[in-house]
Design a protein around this ligand. Structure first.
Ligand code: ADP
Ligand code: MG
Length: 360
């Protein structure tokens, strides 16, 4: 099988001028490694599809360059790029068979029919659609998940070195979606094709990716592994896009913040802020708040009152109110949360190393 390419995007910008002026991409730079499974994650309208279309060669950037394995392909048209694409609206031919949908691009490319048949068998095998059962069915006789598999088989037929997927599973049920995510991961490992997966769904991106880029308003906010981006988000937007998070605004005076009866030295949270005076944001994941004092002396203690309790099975969500009008959301094992009743005043604990501080 074909190995993947390295994809490098350098300072790419794109403005649309047909309905007013929209800056879809602003100075986007990133590198996707050879054979990597990479996601582009961000809310609707942040420029994901625009970036993917530029990678595909369907759209020219206003500024910036795109390189495949170090070769500038910015001016290379889509049909000359070694890519396969899967979009949300599959653009399969519904009245044609699975076989014809997959073989179509190979016929256009002038492959001999015996080679085409071999390849169709191979890719249907790869997406786990047994040839004997599925090759001669019409697309309209398949389930949504099976149609997606055909779309992936078709994208892989010509052994692309780069597979581009734009929210391909977003119209499917949760269970099928998760199943296809795992399938995609498996076949990406099997083929080694560099894969770029666009989604607005953080769970998909976390499940799937070796690394991901988080985008907002046409700007890449952060690139990293799912764990890096979740644990050390570059800013409050990334933090809240990747999961539940408590965002606590505070004022620092000479490197000290006061939260209720608690004084926190900023230097402890982020070295170099020992003398900082001004507004800060403290970020704290719900699962970082614990009901029992952790070992060691690195923990901050907050006195809070339980306002509300939401049973989630193995975990229980606890909504606390604290100093001023601050609300703190915690996620605790249900066993530990069981004795707490709304109205109880308790101490909760946070390791200083789990708290992130931002000064802008
Ligand atoms: P996403 O895929 O993240 O939802 P898009 O890349 O589709 O975002 O769009 C980014 C921005 O560019 C949006 O504001 C969108 O309305 C705008 N846009 C995209 N394509 C066009 C176009 N062909 N003409 C005008 N505006 C566009
Ligand atoms: Mg889109």
């Amino acid at each position: 099988m074909a190995r993947g390419v390295e994809v490098r995007v350098e300072n790419v910008s794109k403005v649309f001028r047909d309905r007013g002026v929209t800056q879809a991409l602003r100075g986007v730079s990133l590198t996707v490694r050879k054979g990597e499974l990479f996601s582009i994650l961000g809310p609707s309208g942040c420029g994901k599809t625009t970036l993917l279309r530029i990678l595909a060669g369907l759209l020219k950037p206003d500024e910036g360059r795109v390189f495949f394995d170090g070769v500038d392909v910015t001016d290379v048209p889509a049909y000359e790029r070694p890519i396969g694409m899967v979009f949300q609206d599959l653009a399969l031919f519904p009245h044609l068979t699975v076989y014809r949908n997959v073989s179509f691009s190979l016929e256009i490319a002038g492959w001999p029919s015996d080679r085409i048949e071999r390849r169709v068998r191979e890719v249907l095998q790869l997406v786990r659609l047994p040839y004997e059962e599925f090759a001669h069915r019409k697309i309209s006789q398949l389930s949504g998940g099976q149609q997606q598999r055909v779309a992936i088989a078709r994208a892989l037929a010509r052994e692309p070195k780069l597979l581009l997927l734009d929210e391909p599973f977003s119209h499917l049920d949760y269970k099928i979606r998760i199943e296809l995510i795992h399938e995609l991961k498996r076949l990406q490992r099997e083929t080694g094709v560099t894969t770029i997966y666009v989604t607005h769904d953080r769970n998909e991106a976390m499940l799937l990716s070796d690394r991901l880029a988080v985008m907002k308003d046409g700007v890449v906010q952060q690139v990293g592994t799912p764990e890096e981006v979740y644990r050390s988000p570059a800013n409050a937007f990334v933090a809240s896009f990747l999961g539940e998070v408590n965002i606590i605004p505070a004022k620092a005076v000479n490197g000290l913040i006061k939260l209720g009866d608690l004084e926190i030295s900023l230097e402890r949270l982020l070295p170099g802020l020992g003398n900082y005076t001004g507004d800060v944001l403290l970020l704290l994941r719900p699962e970082s708040i614990s009901l029992t004092p952790p070992g060691g002396d690195g923990a901050l203690r907050f006195r809070v009152q339980l306002a509300e309790k939401v049973f989630l099975g193995p975990y229980t969500k606890l909504l606390f109110s604290g100093w001023g009008d601050i609300r703190l959301e915690a996620l605790a094992p249900t066993r530990e949360a069981a004795p707490l009743e709304p109205g109880s005043v308790v101490d909760v604990y946070v390791e200083a190393s789990e708290m992130r501080v931002y000064t802008d």
